[in-house]
Design a protein around this ligand. Structure first.
Ligand SMILES: Cc1cc2nc3c(=O)[nH]c(=O)nc-3n(C[C@H](O)[C@H](O)[C@H](O)COP(=O)(O)O)c2cc1C
Length: 199
């Protein structure tokens, strides 16, 4: 067992053009803080996407230094946005070094229609995390907010149905619960020596 006084850093990496996905990122960050960890909000380089300019652009070093990673994107034809896919395609060195192996990970998305591909996008976001050896985590059904029928929220991850540009209270609760859960798992993982750990 190891102990450390370093802050537990949860990287929240997202893309957002209109700000909906960013609202989810912020609610997740609240949950991370509730667990006593530090949320690092980062985005990806884009040409003209205003909502992304609030936060720093992610660097591949951030993958090595984070304790956990929560990845979010608006749904684009049932898939993550290409700017995020492009970022992952620049991470071969980090994959070779195994910098994300055994770190907790989770995903989130927003859509403009309730059945417009939230789960397929969450799965697309999950794929690079699995390839990087992360411990993929969702939202358990013990979380009451994912049982609502009028808004987003899924066992696969946090979601926002962007009907009026605002987070529904249930969507906020799911996102905050996910952030808190990942941060708690990250804190627990820091006390664990994995035999195949690369970190
Ligand atoms: C190119 C493109 C493709 C989209 N595809 C979908 C889709 O498949 N399903 C859906 O419900 N919404 C789709 N949308 C709408 C966005 O997912 C939605 O407005 C989202 O909340 C935007 O998030 P943002 O404000 O973080 O950019 C699409 C938007 C664009 C620009």
């Amino acid at each position: 067992m190891t102990t450390t006084t370093e802050p537990c850093n949860v990287l929240i990496l997202y893309f957002s053009r209109g700000g909906a996905t960013q609202q989810l990122a912020d609610a997740i960050a609240e949950g991370v803080a509730q667990a006593g960890a530090e949320a690092l909000l980062r985005t990806v380089a884009t040409d003209n996407d205003a909502a992304c300019s609030r936060d720093l652009t992610v660097s591949t070093d951030d993958l090595a230094t984070c304790d956990a990673l929560i990845l979010g994107s608006p749904t684009r034809f049932g898939h993550m946005a290409s700017a995020l896919q492009k970022f992952w395609e620049s991470t071969s060195n980090q994959w070779l070094k195994g910098v994300l192996i055994n770190k907790p990970g989770a995903v989130f998305t927003s859509t403009s229609s309730l059945h417009g591909g939230q789960e397929s996008t969450l799965l697309s976001l999950a794929l690079p995390l699995l390839h990087h050896g992360m411990l993929l985590t969702g939202v358990p059904y013990s979380e009451p907010s994912i049982h609502g029928r009028e808004a987003g929220g899924s066992p696969y991850g946090a979601t926002l149905f962007n009907e009026d540009g605002k987070l529904h209270p249930n969507e906020r609760k799911t996102a905050t619960a996910l952030g808190k859960r990942i941060a708690q798992i990250a804190l627990a993982c820091r006390q664990t020596q994995f035999e195949d750990s690369h970190s």
